[in-house]
Design a protein around this ligand. Structure first.
Ligand code: AMP
Length: 282
């Protein structure tokens, strides 16, 4: 495995692979890797001859300075994990390398990017599209792997890729969870043991709501989740929305959609956690 820091070196390596007709998979990450990331890596390694994992904490997608400053950075451990999992290249550029000039491009994919995270994190998805489009251009992969954990991000990246990178296949991968149900996240490392215990209410409530939804309406299920989170005073709900998994728009009755997903964001102290659950997918 090679660790590469510049676009020039990356492109030289990958050109040699492309000359040999090797297929390339890309897994974009911000590091502090866990089993969720590794599930994407394993899928890419299985489906491509070469796997590139980018590790870059992208400043343009952080609307909260403190979140950016406190984001965990563990490159050495990440590289060890990636090497053990058969990765060919780690691309770990500096900020200057990715943004030699300020990126003034504006990406808008309304209504996908105006709801949920888009409402609460202004500019977030623009930053995501800036960095992901740069990575797609530099690596020019055959396939790129994203987690359903960031459900809205996956929908927006799919849309961007369909418009700007029509030959690229976007592969969505299921959410990896701890044994107790908690969604794996780099941000979990910032939780105290007590907060980690309280945070379990999020996935527990979502799972219970799937059962509940079988005999209740959309609005009752919505209220079930809101009340479940409110019952734990250690948690502060930012939003919960029941949306169609393709359009990300709300619906009134279960029959109105064949792909129903509940997306949630909750603060546990200062730590912002996101999760989602599928109620129906036909
Ligand atoms: P991040 O490093 O948080 O930007 O995540 C990099 C990629 O890993 C994104 O496509 C995420 O959706 C994905 N990812 C993060 N956590 C998980 C998880 N628990 N299960 C599956 N994919 C995940």
């Amino acid at each position: 495995m090679k660790v590469i820091h510049t676009v020039k070196d990356l492109q030289a390596e990958l050109q040699a692979c492309k000359d040999k007709k090797m297929t390339i998979g890309l897994v974009p990450t911000m590091g502090a890797l866990h089993a969720g990331h590794i599930s994407l890596v394993n899928r890419s390694v299985a489906e491509n001859m070469v796997t590139v994992v980018s590790v870059f904490v992208n400043p343009t997608q952080f609307n909260d300075k403190n979140d950016l400053l406190t984001y965990p950075r563990t490159l050495k451990e990440d590289c060890k994990l990636l090497e053990d999992n058969g990765v060919s290249y780690v691309f770990s550029p500096s900020e200057k390398e990715m943004y030699p000039e300020p990126d003034t491009r504006v990406f808008t994919y309304a209504p996908l990017d105006t709801v949920m995270e888009g409402k609460f994190r202004p500019g977030h998805f623009n930053g995501v599209c800036q960095i992901v489009s740069k990575l797609f251009s530099f690596v020019s992969p055959d396939k790129a792997y994203f987690g359903e954990k960031d459900f809205q991000q996956l929908a927006i990246v799919r849309k961007m890729a369909s418009e700007l990178f029509p030959n690229l296949t976007i592969v969505g991968c299921p959410i990896m969870r701890e044994k107790d149900g908690m969604a794996l996240s780099s941000r979990n490392a910032r939780l105290t043991p007590q907060q980690r215990t309280e945070a379990l209410t999020i996935s527990k409530t979502l799972f219970a709501s799937v059962e509940y939804s079988r005999s209740h309406s959309v609005s009752e299920t919505y209220q079930f989740v809101v009340d479940g989170i409110a019952a734990n005073s250690a948690l502060k709900l930012e939003y919960f929305e029941l949306v169609d998994g393709n359009t990300l728009q709300g619906f009134t009755n279960w029959e109105d959609t064949n792909y129903a997903v509940g997306c949630i964001t909750v603060f546990v102290g200062e730590v912002r956690l996101i999760d989602n659950i599928t109620y129906k997918k036909n």
